[in-house]
Design a protein around this ligand. Structure first.
Ligand code: 0RQ
Length: 502
């Protein structure tokens, strides 16, 4: 660890994780690093979990409020949830046990746009942050921090926390030094300046995170890999969705509605997103740019093949195999990948200016184009809105994608009315399922319903949707026809019978 921590002032603060966890009291608000399974602390959360279990065994309460960049991993959210050590959680979670506790009312979960998190914390909307626990790859001789595989909200946590614990990961490659771009120009209104980025590959900041050395109370070593993200080979449905999007983009370019030099791409996480990226590998577009929050395997493939020239993200979230390639070819990737704070990677000002093409997955869409990205059957939290809203509302083009049915056909992902709305009809431009693509731009609600039912619904649900829409329209001249007593009856039927079909 001394090799990685080249700042002598920190040497007497090196301790083990249990000793560092002892410095975090019950009720503390803790800002941790971590974004989609990358760059999260690996030792401290487990040590905090052990401490919580010991306190609980003594009949004493112990919980922390946990703020991160986005999702973490079993060693972080998972271990803390297992120990019933999370009180409040924001802004995104994919851990199954933490999800259970969120839905059981044990964890107070705050589901937010990822671009909002840093500024709302700065504005003081959530109260004080006591401790930041940040994974870094090392400390320079001047006390600057070499960021890890994700930046997330680390810059902000280091600034607003009263105390800081650094986890120095000696396994992840120290040679990533220089890949990061930390922008220190954000300020609180009314003194904000424009962010001077005009291309997705502009570097506008510094390669290091800064910390006030006086705030660092502990330095802990870890030696572990990030979460291994497993991607399935694209299935038939994902391939159909991917090729519909690529055909559409080609057509838009031919029609002159997209510039000849393709606009920067944002892609959500998961298998469909990865399939779209795989499709781009063989598509007609060259010199692509990525402006996204998570860089997953598909984007690494595009970089390696020379199809994409540079990619900007806040985290690299790879499979073990892709990480091996990344590590082996770091010199190649260092000049092609830029890792930024999530308030910059997801910034509405930049997404709008750069003309980003946004592609995000969803849970369900309704016939009018409202989108549910977060809730199952109206009430249970899945993961959170993540960055989908930052990109969907501000992108040049915005796609929402999903297979047309879930749970072996028992659920239609196209419904009369969404059981929860994250992205309104005003933010949605294009909906794609394996059945087809609905281009909703410039259409009124009734025109949209016709296209969504025709192009996106599964054949086993299309007549039911058409029947609902026809009967709603028959009630008279209305702008957005609904039958309110029936609008959510499909969800209720699924809850009652396990199937949305009659
Ligand atoms: O559940 O695995 O138990 O069968 O939901 O569905 O189709 O595997 O899709 O993994 O891509 O996730 C929207 C959740 C999609 C994700 C969502 C069930 C389905 C399955 C998962 P099972 P799939 P994905 C960038 C942008 C919000 C954040 C975001 C997400 C499970 O993409 O969290 O976009 N997005 N961030 O069976 C009930 C339905 C369902 C359904 C699917 N209509 N009703 N269950 N499922 N449709 C990243 C970040 O921001 C960090």
């Amino acid at each position: 660890i001394a090799e990685r921590v080249r700042f002598p002032q920190f040497h007497n603060r090196i301790m083990d994780a249990a000793a560092a966890a002892a410095l975090i009291p019950h009720g503390a608000t803790v800002g941790m690093s971590g974004f989609t399974g990358a760059g999260y602390p690996k030792a401290l959360p487990q040590a905090i979990a052990e401490r919580a279990q010991a306190e609980h065994a003594q009949g004493r309460p112990y919980k922390i409020n946990l703020w991160t960049g986005a999702s973490t991993a079993p060693e972080c959210d998972g271990a803390l949830a297992q120990a019933h050590a999370i009180g409040q959680r924001l802004p995104f979670n994919t851990d199954p046990l933490a999800r259970q506790q969120i839905n059981a009312g044990e964890i107070d979960f705050i589901d937010m746009h990822l671009s909002h998190v840093a500024q709302h914390a700065w504005f003081g909307f959530f109260g004080k942050m006591n401790v930041a626990v940040i994974e870094v790859l090392g400390v320079t001789a001047d006390g600057l921090l070499i960021p890890s595989t994700a930046i997330g909200n680390n810059k902000t946590w280091l600034e607003i926390a009263d105390q800081v614990i650094l986890e120095v990961n000696t396994k992840l490659p120290g040679a990533m030094e220089g890949m990061h771009d930390i922008y220190y120009g954000t300020a609180i209104p009314p003194r904000r300046m424009p962010i001077s980025m005009t291309h997705a590959d502009n570097r506008i900041g510094e390669p290091y995170l800064k910390v006030d050395p006086a705030k660092v109370i502990a330095v802990v070593e870890t030696h572990g890999s990030d979460r291994n993200n497993v991607f399935n080979a694209p299935d038939a449905d994902s391939n159909l969705i991917a090729s519909a999007i690529i055909d559409f983009l080609t057509h838009e370019m031919q029609a002159g509605r997209l510039p000849k030099q393709m606009l920067p791409i944002q892609s959500g996480v998961g298998n469909v997103a990865n399939a779209v990226l795989a499709g781009l590998l063989h598509g007609p577009f060259e010199q692509l740019l990525g402006f996204t929050e998570v860089l997953q395997d598909g984007m690494l493939d595009l970089l390696r093949a020379g199809k994409m020239s540079r990619a900007s993200a806040t985290a690299i979230s790879l499979s073990a195999q892709a990480f091996e390639d990344f590590e082996k070819n770091l010199d190649f990737y260092r000049s092609r990948i830029i890792l930024r704070p999530q308030e910059i990677s997801n910034h509405p000002e930049l997404v709008r200016r750069l003309g980003v093409i946004a592609m995000n997955s969803m849970i369900e869409a309704d016939i009018y184009g409202n989108i549910n990205s977060t809730h199952l059957m109206g009430s249970s939290m899945m993961n959170g809105i993540g960055g989908s809203g930052d990109f969907a509302r501000n992108g040049y083009l915005s796609f929402f994608v999903t297979p047309s049915v879930a749970k072996g056909g028992k659920i239609s992902c196209i419904v009369p009315m969404c059981s929860h709305v994250d992205h309104t009809e005003h933010d949605t431009q294009i909906i794609v399922t394996e059945q087809g693509l609905a281009d909703l731009r410039g259409l009124s609600p009734k025109q949209r319903a016709k296209v969504v039912i025709e192009k996106c619904a599964h054949p086993s649900y299309r007549p039911m949707l058409q029947d609902y829409f026809d009967r709603a329209c028959a009630k008279g001249a209305l702008h957005t026809p609904h039958i309110l007593t029936e609008a959510l009856s499909w969800h209720q039927r699924f809850l009652d019978t396990g199937d949305m079909r009659v």
